[in-house]
Design a protein around this ligand. Structure first.
Ligand code: NAD
Ligand code: DAU
Length: 357
């Protein structure tokens, strides 16, 4: 059965990779992207899809109830993949209110609209309706060195305004299933990396700074651990869940790749040294600089993805070595994508975060 999909946040990092994945693997399905094009959204990333008959891009805010209502109805949407969010922890520390607005109020608006809409979808056609709420492992808080990885039953303990707002939105998605029967599914995923990642996040920031000969700022002692997943593997997991996941369930998604930040940065330096020619500073490790720590910085995240593996048969396919090489190569070859993003707004943000280090 061909689905009719609304992707929120489809011009962002994971959203755009997901839209590309979906259009490639389900070429006959209707895809509508709703994205406000905040600083993190980039319509250029979807430029190659603009001429497709069954693709539509709408610039708009997920908090705009009448816009969401009309899109769901007009496009006869049966599946929502909700990826729109304010997503950067450091920005949530500088200004949390946009996080509450988009992540909590925006998710609430979408859930309300979908609650009213989905019962009327293809009433005679037995179509599967799903509201996929894409969330993060950060809602579970921080792990000690010996703690077991997060499972779907780990209690929530968010530590940043970002993760608190995501936790709030997860609770709403869960409640709409239990109270109203809305077919929501929640995913909690570990750190993604890959193409089209906005320059403010660790891996693109390091790649771009190496290419520009700028310092590589490592927070605190660099011993914080993240569990890295190649974004295309995340997209495949979301696709599997849309088709086979059970409404009302939560699935953890992770890469089984726990790496200390400082080790990751050193690996990136080595890859860049080997792939890049005419780099401003070499070896790139010379650029590593320890800077003031992020307030409330979570020490370690790790995902136990046993459930999605056992129940839905998903597991990551890209090794971290392959994924990091492909990513560094992508930033080397796609200056025209990232250079325009280093705007005045970005420089101002950068100074705020890194200047008093
Ligand atoms: P991103 O910041 O790259 O993209 C977010 C997109 O949402 C942008 O295109 C932006 O324009 C859009 N957006 C923001 N506010 C909006 C609004 N009010 N209305 C409509 N669109 C709006 O984020 P990402 O890294 O692609 O993350 C996508 C989702 O996945 C988020 O929910 C995030 O919490 C979650 N997640 C991210 C990661 C990661 O490592 N990046 C890991 C796990 C989960
Ligand atoms: O775990 C999933 C989360 O991963 C997602 O929910 C978030 O949307 C996503 O941004 C990401 O959050 P992190 O805070 O883990 O990602 P970030 O890339 O900002 O940082 C990764 C690690 O690197 C973290 O320990 C902080 C550190 N760091 C980051 C930056 C930007 C540095 O040491 N220096 C930096 O300049």
């Amino acid at each position: 059965m061909e689905s009719r999909l609304l992707v929120t946040g489809g011009a962002g990092f994971i959203g755009s990779n997901f839209v590309h994945h979906w259009c490639k693997t389900h070429p006959n399905h209707q895809v509508v992207v709703l994205d406000a094009l905040t600083y993190a959204g980039n319509k250029e990333t979807l430029a190659d899809l603009q001429d497709r008959e069954n693709f539509r891009f709408v610039q708009g805010d997920i908090c705009d109830r009448s816009l969401v209502d009309s899109l769901l109805k007009e496009e006869d949407i049966d599946t929502v993949a909700h990826l729109a969010a304010e997503s950067h922890v450091d920005r949530s520390i500088l200004g949390p209110s946009a996080f509450v607005q988009t992540n909590v109020v925006g998710t609430f608006t979408l859930l309300e609209a979908f609650k009213n809409h989905y019962p009327s979808v293809g009433q005679n056609a037995n179509r599967r309706c799903i509201f996929l709420h894409v969330s993060t492992d950060e809602v579970y808080g921080s792990l000690g060195p010996e703690d077991p990885a997060f499972t779907e039953t780990t209690p929530y303990a968010p530590n940043s305004p970002y993760s608190a707002s995501k936790a709030g939105s997860d609770h709403l998605a869960r409640a709409y299933y239990h109270t109203y029967g809305v077919p929501t599914i929640i995913t909690n995923c570990s750190n993604n990396y890959g193409p089209y990642h906005f320059p403010e996040k660790l891996i693109p920031l390091m790649c771009i700074n190496m290419l520009l000969g700028k310092q590589l700022p490592v927070y605190g002692d660099g011993q914080n651990i993240r569990d890295w997943l190649y974004v295309i593997d995340h997209c495949q997991a979301l696709d599997t869940i849309i088709h086979k996941g059970k409404p009302g369930e939560t699935y953890n998604i992770g890469g089984n790749n726990e790496v200390k930040n400082i080790d990751l940065v050193k690996i990136l330096c080595k890859i860049m040294d080997s792939l890049g020619s005419d780099l401003p500073v070499q070896p790139c490790e010379k650029l590593i600089t320890f800077v003031k720590d992020r307030p409330g910085h979570d020490r370690r995240y790790a995902i136990d993805a046993t459930k999605i593996n056992n129940e839905l048969g998903w597991q990551p396919s890209v090794t971290i070595e392959e994924g990091l090489c492909q990513t560094v190569e992508w930033y080397l070859n796609n200056r025209n994508w990232w250079e325009p993003l280093l705007s005045e707004e970005y420089q101002t943000y950068y100074r705020k975060v890194y200047s008093n280090s």
